[in-house]
Design a protein around this ligand. Sequence first.
Ligand code: F0G
Length: 482
Amino acid sequence: MPVQFYIPENQVPLEMHKVRVVQKLNLLPVGERLRAIQEAGNNTFLLQNRDIYMDMITDSGVNAMSDLQVASMSIADDSYAGSETWNRLKAAVKEVFGVDNVLPAHQGRAAENILAEAFVKPGMFTLMNFHFTTTKAHITRLGGEVIELVDKKGLIPQSDDPFKGNFDLKKLRATIKEKTPDKIAFVRVESGTNLIGGQPVSLENMLAVCDICHEFGIPSVLDASLLQDNVYFMKVREPRCKYMDTKSIYQLLASRFDIIYFSARKLGFSRGGFILSTDRKWCDQMMEFVPLYEGFLTYGGMEVRSIEAAAQGLLESLDMDYISQGPEFIEYLVKELDDYGVPVIKPAGGLGCHLNCSEIVPDIPHDQYPAAAVGAAVFIAGGIRGMERGTMSEQREPDGTERFAELELLRLAVPRRVFTLSQIKYCADRVKWVWDNRKLIGGLQWTMEPKVLRFFFGRMKEIGYWQEELVAKFRQDFGDSL
Ligand code: F0G
């Protein structure tokens, strides 16, 4: 429960930790920010950290570690095989999920590669509430097809539905019947559905998906990368979870899904990735790929210190004081912006605050990348780095036509325990300025477009001179201030 303030107007989310190590930040003058984003080809992935004030590109591998995590790293055992670190990781997995069978992978997408290699054959389908970029890339690389079955409510940008990541169960059944169970590699539930705004899936919905999978004999897979936020939302939004402790939620899920995998850059606040299963047969089916692509079975390409930190981080994922911090800060930022009229995805989810760029710059067409354009504007306005989660993050169709994203979002991730509330307020302030000056924002066009995962390293330029005009307006409004 959030700590209640005596004076209601003073109510803010209260940190249940204190800061003991800090990193100096730079806030460049606005002209320098313009230079930096243009040199980066208007792709926030290509910005240099020295040019950034608030790095909100992701919560992956950039969450602040706890003192116990840092301490645990000093006892890491780096034996190639049979390391004690691996045993401690397994013990933590057992404590949190109640599961004995664990495979390591060097990060989440490496776990996805193994999963795809083991289950996906050309012409097969994988059904999921929503795709994630790396998941889809591995599946399509192997000739598989992704079918998204999120309930249509999930794609309505502003709503009060508490679980917008839920599957449409009717559609799931109908799709299994239509495609036939033998053609379905697996059904994947993505907790804290990333690309639609970090929206959670209810416990009830997850269990119903597992039941349907068991009925048809199809493997059920949980992508637990954002499960920590999702468990928090189950606790506060789903009546049946209110009196369950967090551990019983994790363990119930592990007992019902055939396979769970996750990025330990998110779940576990560390680096690396893991695949778990209550039933050994699933891990046996994937095991051979670990030494082939990752490393031996007791380190899987990870640095042992990261495994120690992940073990401790997993234990901390049971603690509501820790897992509430991200969602509470995100809710604060979402409310600040929403109250001002800035279109944001609602209700607030996990991971970050998502600006709905189709409404901020409605005149910029999908193929001039409205979310990337707003991303460049937010960087110019405040040295704040977000991540485009719209058409630029999609893959073109095999015939080269552009696939327009369902939602054009700019994600402002809130890495856990990293920013203070004054920085969150600064972020809200600069985004409000962008909103008030949205008419100045124009589109972008490719100057270099890679074929695969283009959003990571593609380069674009502004159409016209709207960025220079935005800088001039900033100078007019802010004078000499940074
Ligand atoms: N699944 C989900 C739901 C994710 O959000 C991510 C990563 C992955 C899998 C892949 O894990 O990065 O360890 O290989 N999401 C990051 C992000 C990149 O910024 O949202 P990874």
